[in-house]
Ligand binder design. Structure first.
Ligand SMILES: Nc1nc2c(ncn2[C@@H]2O[C@@H]3COP(=O)(O)O[C@H]3[C@H]2O)c(=O)[nH]1
Ligand SMILES: [Zn+2]
Length: 505
């Protein structure tokens, strides 16, 4: 290649790389292109908002490099906590942490998974998450991390078999694959190809699950390739059930059904011998092969299977919407991402003349109003129900959510107070307009002058109010957060502590 051509090519590559590096700015709303993915289906390769290949390659290379280093005990322990801070880790590091979850739960050894296939599969999953504000790879990581933390907290390995634990973790990782950043309501109202394909029935969740199994079709990504036919069937049924359960349209149905089944399964009641016996019989079935129980007592096996199926669905739901159980420094950026995605959708719906949900409308929603309703009516009822079965959840995720509710209630009160002040100031100006100016302002110039003074006064007041509200917010975030929100954020001593222990590298 001639030198001049080579120079030109290098410049173009350099420019391309620069462009890729600022792609994330669209997350912050700094650049907005509503046409992205709209003229063609979003899953079409060319119009997909996925990160570009060069960036992917760099992630792949770093991920592969990290697979040769040892994840320190400090990080492995941190990874089990509900306070885990994803914002400290980049994508290749998160891939390594996902890999570590499979290792530490003994899934690799017990299910005979080829570790190299696991690497390739994880990377392919990563590539199939889109660059959208909320439903992206980091969200997939956080849901998987919460599921992993819960697995240790409620000691799932003593209740579920290995294949079920594998199914739960894998479902969490795959549950939002190829999410376009526009929800089911949009898909249905806009009559997208997804809504048409799935007849308006959970179009997104059906799609996430279909993409997951599409990835598993290829040998090099098939982490289930050594499963028996029965194992694969149980895994597939479980994945479909778990991923479809994340459709919030099914929330009440799933929660109510779970509530009716709970009284029969009390893990805390030591006298509840029948359940303990059933659980013991079930987990003795480590090999995931034919169950002795199903031969001895088929009806009991059915009952138990139904219960554990429902438990798995509830657990993935808990993990999916658990951001508010995290420390504020972790949770608040997630809320901003979610609202950004909501606003992107409602902006587009307004543009296309489609119905707009009030909770997504930037004119109608605030951080506090959004969270108060969500926590009161969705999060707490779900968490408290599961808490009845597993009291360990109280301190770990229920209490933090109650703190979050107090935090947002306080934020809402401050907002309303400011609004009331503003309204009363506006009223005084309105009064003037209605001829209630001081008696001396009886000619036109005097009246104009008085109105101008009132407006100046109002503007000054508004400025002070704005500052005090910002101050309020800041103090809520920085000072009161430790009172209102649970436990301080556990920062790792070294961000890259993946590399802390390189003894085996
Ligand atoms: N308001 C609010 N909604 C949430 C929060 N976390 C999850 N959700 C909603 O719960 C939904 C769960 O399913 P989706 O991922 O489709 O979309 C999610 C959001 O719409 C939260 O912290 N606040
Ligand atoms: Zn999700």
């Amino acid at each position: 290649m001639p030198d001049s051509l080579y120079d030109l090519k290098t410049k173009v590559d350099h420019f391309k790389e620069k462009l890729e590096n600022v792609a994330h700015l669209s997350w912050l709303g700094l650049s907005k292109d509503l046409s992205i993915g709209m003229s063609q289906p979003f899953w079409h390769k060319k119009s997909s908002p996925r990160k570009m290949e060069a960036h992917h390659r760099r992630v792949y290379e770093r991920f592969m490099k990290f697979t040769k280093v040892h994840v320190s005990d400090e990080v492995r322990l941190e990874l089990r906590k509900q306070s885990f801070d994803n914002w400290q880790w980049d994508d290749p590091e998160m891939l390594i942490l996902l890999r570590q979850m499979y290792i530490d739960l003994n899934l690799i050894s017990k299910l005979n998974i080829d570790i190299n296939v696991l690497h390739e599969w994880l990377y392919e999953v990563y590539r199939n998450y889109n660059v959208v504000p909320f439903h992206n790879f980091k969200h997939c990581f956080m849901v998987a991390q919460m599921m992993y933390g819960l697995t240790w907290l409620i000691d799932l390995p003593s209740k579920l078999d290995t294949l079920e634990i594998f199914t739960l973790l894998t479902s969490a990782i795959c549950h939002d694959l190829d999410h376009p950043g526009y929800n089911n309501a949009y898909q249905i109202n806009a009559k997208t190809e997804l809504a048409l394909r799935y007849n308006d029935i959970s179009p997104l969740e059906n799609h996430h699950c279909a993409v997951a199994f599409d990835i598993l079709k290829k040998d090099k990504w098939n982490i289930t390739k050594d499963f028996t036919r029965d194992q694969f069937k149980r895994f597939r049924d479980g994945m479909i059930r778990c991923i479809l359960a994340t459709d919030m349209a099914k929330h009440n149905e799933i929660l109510n059904s779970f509530k009716t089944i709970i009284p029969h399964f009390d893990f805390n009641d030591k006298e509840h011998k029948s359940v303990l016996m059933m659980v013991l019989m079930k987990v003795s079935d480590i090999s995931n092969e034919a169950r002795p129980l199903s031969v001895a007592m088929p009806w009991l096996d059915c009952l138990l299977t139904e219960f554990f199926n429902q438990l798995m669905m509830i657990l993935i739901k808990v993990a999916d919407i658990s951001n508010e159980a995290r420390p504020i420094a972790v949770a608040e950026p997630w809320l901003e991402c979610l609202l950004q995605e909501f606003f992107n959708q409602s902006d587009l719906e307004k543009l296309e003349g489609l119905p707009v949900a009030p909770f997504m409308d930037r004119e109608k929603v605030s951080k506090s109003s959004s969270q108060i309703g969500f926590i009161k009516f969705v999060l707490l009822p779900l968490f408290e129900t599961v808490g009845k079965l597993f009291p360990q959840l109280e301190g770990a995720i229920i209490e933090p959510v109650r703190d979050a509710l107090a935090y947002y209630t306080e934020m809402q009160r401050a907002l309303e107070e400011e609004k009331a002040k503003k309204d009363s100031l506006s009223e005084s100006v309105e009064g003037d307009k209605n001829g209630l100016l001081p008696a001396k302002a009886n000619n036109i110039e005097d009246k104009e002058q008085a109105i101008k003074q009132s407006i100046n006064h109002l503007e000054e007041k508004e400025q002070t109010n704005k500052q005090s509200f910002l101050g309020n917010n800041l103090s809520l975030t920085h000072n009161n957060s430790s009172n209102l929100r649970h436990g301080s954020l556990c920062k790792l001593t070294s961000k890259n502590s993946i590399e802390i222990d390189k003894s085996t590298s």
